[in-house]
Design a protein around this ligand. Structure first.
Ligand code: DGL
Length: 257
């Protein structure tokens, strides 16, 4: 048993989509969320820079006594997960990867779309996953340009955001994809808009949130790190930006904005 918090880290608001899944699946666990906010978006930063900030983020969470860290950011995972696991080898570190494997297994049309940041789609880690699991399925890779910025600005329901989302998602559907993978943790916040683009067509949208929550649960049991039954969970937020950003993180987490 261990009542210390689970640390969750992302470039900004995106990892809150994972935070929500963890809170739902593991209601006894305290969560400490670090949304960088200062260096966001990571999507087009050089890999070395992402490693530096990810290092600082994990060190910050561990200094707060976290028993486990979830890198709730596909971009930081692809750039830094091995480095982080090497450096902080006493602590379990869970990363996020686009759900390419289940998508390729389930596709009936043999065409799948993956929407993610430029850095994630170009990464060696992603290309290896693709080569390993695509299994003859055609995988259309598409950068969700402007998506992260729209979520960070709370502009999910603006007409300009709808147009932006349409311009990325519609061509993927037109090419025959029946599954679209959201490979960035910011994108689930655009789910309603994406669903509107899909409309009545049979296209499944998947992200990695639930699978990560299950992985965390498995590791907590495996390593005997679960919080006590009925422990009163605390939810705290941190940022490398300012107080205002921190307050926005909290409000976004609880669906107030
Ligand atoms: N939320 C992040 C991801 O999952 C990073 C987005 C960004 O900062 O560009 O990839």
């Amino acid at each position: 048993m261990n009542n210390s918090p689970i640390g969750i880290y992302d470039s900004g608001f995106g990892g809150l989509s994972v935070w929500r899944e963890l809170r739902r699946e593991l209601p006894d666990e305290s969560l400490l969320y670090l949304g960088d906010g200062k260096n966001c978006p990571y999507g087009s930063l050089p890999e070395e820079r992402i490693r530096e900030v990810a290092d600082e983020a994990v060190a910050t969470l561990l200094a707060q006594g976290c028993k486990m860290v979830v890198v709730a950011c596909n971009t930081a995972t692809s750039a830094a997960i091995e480095f982080l696991r090497d450096k902080y080898h006493n602590v379990p570190i869970v990363g996020l990867e686009p759900a390419v494997k289940p998508a390729c297994e389930r596709s009936r049309t043999g065409v799948v779309g993956v929407v993610a940041t430029e850095r994630s789609l170009e990464s060696e880690k992603f290309l290896n996953t693709l080569a390993r699991y695509n299994n003859g399925v055609r995988v259309i890779r598409q950068v969700g340009r402007g998506f992260v910025e729209a979520v960070e600005a709370n502009e999910e329901s603006l007409p300009t955001t709808r147009e932006l989302v349409h311009s990325v998602i519609e061509p993927i559907i037109e090419q025959g994809a029946d599954i679209i993978v959201l490979g960035c943790t910011h994108y689930p916040f655009l789910r309603e808009v994406i669903n509107d683009v899909v409309g009545e067509r049979e296209v499944e949208i998947i992200d990695s949130g639930e699978a990560v929550a299950k992985r965390v649960e498995y590791l907590l049991d495996e390593l005997n790190l679960r919080a006590e039954n009925g422990a009163s969970a605390e939810y705290r937020f941190m940022t490398f930006a300012d107080e205002e950003y921190k307050e926005r993180l909290r409000r976004k987490a609880f669906g107030e904005i």
